[in-house]
Every structure is written in C-alpha cells, then in structure tokens.
Design a protein around this ligand. Structure first.
Ligand code: DGL
Length: 266
C-alpha cells in the first residue's frame, strides 16, 4: 500500500532544511510539509518549558495537515521535547538524536565519541543517554557551541573567524582522542568541510541530517507507506516569519530553490 500523505518536518527555523535536503536525495518521491519557527528561532538558548510549549504548537499544526509521520529535524527540540511531541502525535515520530547516536556507535572504532550542539541540546544530556543506551561503555565528550548557529546563518562557512571559534570549541573534545564527532545541530552540516579540516581525516563526522534520512527511508519501507513513484513530489514550506535574507539563507540550507513558502502564525 502506498500513500500520498506528506512527511511533516519541523524545526526551530530554517536550519532543518538541511534535513529536507537529505530527504530529497534519499526519498525523492515523498511529499514534504515543512514548518520553521523563524519568528522564534533560536531555540537552542531557550528554557526547557518554552521549547516544550513551542514544540507542542508545531506538532498540532502539522498533525492537522494530515502528515503520515513527523520528523523532528531540530536537535534542540528532539533533545528537550521529544516526549511532548510523541504524546501528542498519532503518527510515528522520528528524531535526529537516536538516528545520529546509532550512526556514531556504528562508525566509531574506539567508542570515544564527541558531540557538539546548542546549549539546550548539550545540557539535556540526550545524546549521552542515547549513545549509552546502545553501548553503556562508550565514552561521550560533549561541547555546546552557541556561536556557531549565528555564524552559519551569516554564511561564514569558511571564514577565518568561524575557523578560530570552531577550533576553540573543539579543543577539549579532541584532547579526549575521539574518533567520531556528532554534528548535533541542524546548522552544522554546512560547516562540514571546515570542521573536517580542524578535526583531521581520522575523525568521522556524523551528519544528523543524513542519519535522519536513512532512518525515515527504513520506516517508510517497513511500514509500506511510501508515495507511489508516478507523480512529482510536492514541497510546502511554512514559516512563522519571513526574516531578512530568508530566501538566500534558506536556499543555501536546502541546496536548491525554495519555491512555495507560506507565512502563518501558530
Ligand atoms: N535547530 C536548532 C538545532 O538543531 C539550531 C537553531 C536553534 O537554536 O534554534 O539545535
């Protein structure tokens, strides 16, 4: 059985478009409805209560759109509000943290794993918990990197300032001889070349966007809920604000033109 119902993807802003980009490559026939809370981004420095409240509103919005599954692209929401979202959702909820933890464990030879993310993600300990559920002996070294999100939004993807700041953030993690580094934030996949340069080729970068697309593809195949391959996929993008340079930044994240973007308030 196939279904035309869309995959609902949500994020605190436009960073989640890195996940959509991976989904488009992995699942080119799936319809996607995206919601980015551009009016209230960033979530990564907000309190747990606020993040949960916002996450509940977005879940209700996407469920009303009759999506067949929900993908929480935002690491911060996945880390802090996964239970709230799962409790409200009648359809399966996939989130990036479990996906990335699995990929990290599979890739790491010495089971010494670094994780970088927003302060809310790192303070929640969600990555450490997810990794320890898979291997309780794995060593996890986490580092919050609050300044990386604005640098990516500024488009400073290979700027010397970004290099300097990223190097500083990564120093304590690299001192622990990690051989795998989880990019635990929607924005970090865009910094992959710069980060790979800093950590060296012996360290594997785990891209949470790619990890997510793989898990979504598995679930769709298992539950046989894929879209048929005869019609062109439709993409709808909803945002709560159209900020300055939205189109340019959004297209950088998505890797192609955005097309239909609708402004709504929750
Ligand atoms: N989407 C967030 C994340 O993946 C980054 C931006 C924010 O702080 O809201 O953690």
């Amino acid at each position: 059985m196939t279904t035309k119902r869309a995959i609902g993807v949500f994020d605190s802003g436009i960073g989640g478009l890195t996940v959509v980009r991976s989904l488009l490559q992995r699942l080119p026939f799936e319809n996607i409805i995206y919601f980015g809370d551009t009016a209230r981004v960033p979530y990564g420095v907000k309190s747990v209560d606020t993040i949960n409240r916002y996450a509940a509103q977005i879940t209700e919005f996407l469920i009303q759109k009759d999506v067949k599954m929900l993908i929480v692209a935002c690491n911060t929401m996945a880390a802090v509000a996964h239970q709230t979202i799962a409790d409200l959702s009648p359809v399966p909820v996939l989130e990036v943290i479990d996906a990335s933890a699995r990929m990290a464990i599979q890739n790491s030879r010495n089971q010494s794993i670094g994780v970088i993310g927003t302060p809310a993600t790192i303070n929640s300990n969600a990555y450490t918990r997810a990794i320890h559920l898979l291997n309780k002996d794995a060593k996890v070294f986490s580092q919050a990197c609050p300044i990386l999100v604005p640098l990516v939004e500024e488009g400073w993807l290979d700027h010397p300032a970004t290099q300097l700041i990223a190097r500083e953030y990564l120093k304590p993690v690299l001192a622990e001889q990690v051989d795998t580094l989880v990019l635990g934030c929607t924005h970090y996949p865009l910094l992959k070349p710069l980060l790979q340069d800093i950590v060296g080729n012996e360290v594997t970068l785990i891209d949470s966007a790619e990890a997510m697309a793989d898990i979504a593809a598995d679930l769709i195949a298992k539950q046989k809920i894929g879209n048929d391959q005869t019609s062109r996929a439709e993409y709808l993008f909803y945002v709560s604000d159209l900020p300055y340079r939205f189109q340019t930044i959004g297209e950088r994240f998505l890797g192609r033109s955005l097309g239909n973007v609708e402004l709504i308030s929750l």
